[in-house]
Design a protein around this ligand. Structure first.
Ligand SMILES: Nc1ncnc2c1ncn2[C@@H]1O[C@H](COP(=O)(O)OP(=O)(O)O)[C@@H](O)[C@H]1O
Ligand SMILES: CC(C)(COP(=O)(O)O)[C@@H](O)C(=O)NCCC(=O)O
Ligand SMILES: [K+]
Length: 244
């Protein structure tokens, strides 16, 4: 039994896996890290490994307090991954994107794959059928768009996610909802259309905190799996054990 932990820039997600099957998922804030992990381990004392991917400002140090109880693995660029990394700056590639790419490679062998993670940022990661990781894109996520409109202007209020009434926003609030939500959806559909032009056959995996909201609104039909990063962590860890 393993406990996987994904430290994103907004929240921490965790999941307990037994033979690559998730038993329970958890979401919490950064300041609750230690307390929450304690609780999970109390409930699942059979956890023998703690597996972490962090792009947030929580370093390996924070997990070492658990080392007397279970094996701690903090993923880094030095680990073995099941794809060929063609990114021009492989050392700066987010470890979350590497885990997503690894999960896509392991779960969907020998095909082109596009992983879209709608979290704090939207990340796009493309791995071709020969398992070359080619790169993708990074853009602001849904909440970040609402927040940056407010933070970098004098007059725009901070709004929370709401379905826009129309493309033609007829008030400040409706104009913001239209710009943020429709812009978000159009961007993703636009990227998918570009990939489709170049690669006739590819699988799309949609994940992240906004995946379920998005899936219903995209013109392109894609299967959303908000647990894909944690599943990929479990699989990549197994791959590491088998290939080290
Ligand atoms: N309770 C919540 N707190 C914060 N963001 C949330 C919440 N529920 C849904 N979201 C959405 O999830 C997105 C962040 O996704 P998440 O995958 O948690 O990010 P990260 O992995 O970068 O920490 C935000 O854009 C926001 O719209
Ligand atoms: C792009 C990211 C900030 C996304 O983080 P997230 O939205 O998952 O919290 C993260 O993958 C990161 O810090 N990447 C480093 C730059 C790169 O991947 O090229
Ligand atoms: K992301």
């Amino acid at each position: 039994m393993i406990l996987t932990v994904d430290v994103g820039n907004t929240r921490i997600k965790a999941s307990v896996f037994e033979d690559n099957t998730a038993l329970e998922n958890f979401v919490f804030e950064k300041n609750e890290l230690e307390k929450k992990i304690e609780k999970i381990l109390e409930k699942y004392p059979k956890c023998s490994d703690l597996v972490v991917a962090s792009v947030g400002n929580i370093e390996k140090q924070a997990f070492l307090t658990f080392e007397n109880r279970l094996k701690v693995h903090f993923f880094t660029h030095e680990d073995v991954f099941p794809f060929h990394n063609k990114y021009a700056t492989p050392k700066t590639l987010g470890i979350d994107r590497m885990i997503l790419a690894a999960g896509a490679t392991l779960q969907f062998p020998k095909q082109n794959r596009l992983v879209i993670d709608a979290g704090t940022c939207i990340t796009y990661d493309f791995i071709d059928e020969n398992d070359n990781y080619l790169g993708g894109a990074i853009s602001p996520g849904l909440r970040l768009r609402y927040e940056s409109l407010h933070n970098f202007t004098a007059r725009l209020p901070l709004l929370t996610l709401e379905e826009p009434d129309s493309y033609v926003g007829n008030s400040t609030a409706q104009a913001i909802h239209s710009g943020v939500v429709n812009g978000f959806v159009y961007e993703i559909d636009g990227f998918i259309d570009e990939y489709r032009k170049e690669f006739s056959n590819f699988i799309i995996i949609l994940t992240g905190g906004d995946a379920d909201f998005l899936a219903k609104r995209l013109k392109n039909t894609i299967f959303a799996n908000s647990n894909f990063l944690l599943e990929s962590l479990s699989q990549t860890y197994q791959y590491k054990i088998d290939n080290d």
